[in-house]
Structures are given as C-alpha cells and as structure tokens.
Write a protein that binds this ligand. Structure first.
Ligand code: 5GP
Length: 183
C-alpha cells in the first residue's frame, strides 16, 4: 500500500519508501562494521518490527540470526499505557550471544526499558538496540540506542510496520496519521 492509496488518511508524509530503504542500508553497513567477525542474534519485537527486521536483516553482509518476542504495548489507542507483558518469548538461548534488539519505534521507552532489562538478566555477551524511529520522549529515559534510523516529531505515525488498530502496517511510506482517522 502507498500513501496515494489512502487519500486523506495522512496529514503529512515523513519518509518515502526510497528514503527508508536508503537509511536501512546505512544502518546495516554500520552493523556490518561493528559486528565484523561476530554472529549477532537479531531480536525483533512483534508486530511492528517485522518490516525493519526483514529489510535490515537482508541488508547485512555478515552472518546473523533472527528471533522474535511479542510484548503488549498500545492496544488499539494512540497513547502508551506503560503496561508490558511478554506474550511470546524467544525460542533461542541468549547466553553468551551478541544480541541486537530491532525495534520499529521508541517513544516513551517504557516497553524497551522493560525488555532490555529482561534480556540483560539472561546473560548475553552484549546487548544493543537498533530502532527505525525515535520520538523526542525517548531522550528522557536512559536507553542507549546504538542505531537509529530517523528522529521524528511527537506525532502518531503509521506505515512500515507501524499500525493504527491493525491497519497501515503495509504502507510502504511513513506518515503522520490525520487525527480525523481516530477521533
Ligand atoms: P514506548 O513504550 O516507547 O512508548 O512505545 C513503544 C511501542 O509503542 C512501539 O513499539 C509501537 O508499537 C508503539 N508506538 C509508539 N509510538 C507510535 C506511533 O507513533 N505510531 C504507532 N503506530 N505506534 C507507536
């Protein structure tokens, strides 16, 4: 789905498919360099990270593995609840592994703070974070974001894996959802 397919739903297009693709390539090049000689385990957070994981993972030139977790976050609203539950855990052991968490977006960081503490307690060799989008609030919490795609304004965005009520994940561009869609 492209932004032309949903006229009026976005108040602004922030990034086109081409811009996102180019940025993912740059992030992958950094990861290639930093993990040279290693075989990191990329941990994706369902469902939002599906697109960034698929693109970032394929853009890597080093060997890497992939695993998934699902945690509860926004539900169907547009505000973070702070309630985090593990709905699906990893299938692999992370002891001694170089773990790179792949996230779609970091807003308040509540979800990630919990997730990173949880993963750290399992004894990985290293633990880093890659996120496609970062909102201004994310700077208030102490999360070391090793790889960030784009900094975005404090607006509710959709596309490239990011949904509103289960919709728009398949939008190839990323844009600000017009408030009329959810008011
Ligand atoms: P946090 O805990 O950092 O506040 O929120 C993390 C999760 O909230 C993200 O993984 C994502 O699922 C959701 N989220 C935060 N901001 C947005 C947004 O602007 N758009 C959408 N669609 N989801 C968001």
């Amino acid at each position: 789905m492209r932004s032309q397919d949903i006229p009026g739903d976005l108040s602004e297009i922030l990034f086109t498919e081409a811009q996102i693709k180019a940025r993912v390539q740059e992030m992958a090049a950094e990861i290639d360099r930093d993990y040279a000689g290693k075989e990191p385990l990329l941990v994706g957070v369902l469902n939002g990270a599906v697109m960034v994981m698929a693109d970032l993972y394929r853009a890597l030139t080093i060997h890497a593995q992939m695993d998934w977790m699902a945690v509860s976050s926004y539900g169907s609203g547009t505000q973070s609840s702070g309630v985090v539950r593990i709905l699906k855990d990893l299938t692999q052991d992370v002891v001694g592994r170089d773990v790179l968490v792949v996230e779609d977006i970091v807003d308040t960081g509540l979800t990630l703070t919990y997730l990173l503490e949880n993963l750290a307690s399992r004894g990985p060799k290293s633990l880093k974070l890659a996120a496609m989008f970062r909102k201004p609030e994310a700077n208030k919490v102490h999360i070391d974001m090793a790889y960030v795609g784009f900094d975005i304004p404090n607006k509710f965005v959709v596309g490239y894996g990011l949904d509103y009520d289960g919709r728009y994940r398949n939008l190839v561009d990323v844009g600000i959802l017009d408030p009329k869609v959810y008011s």
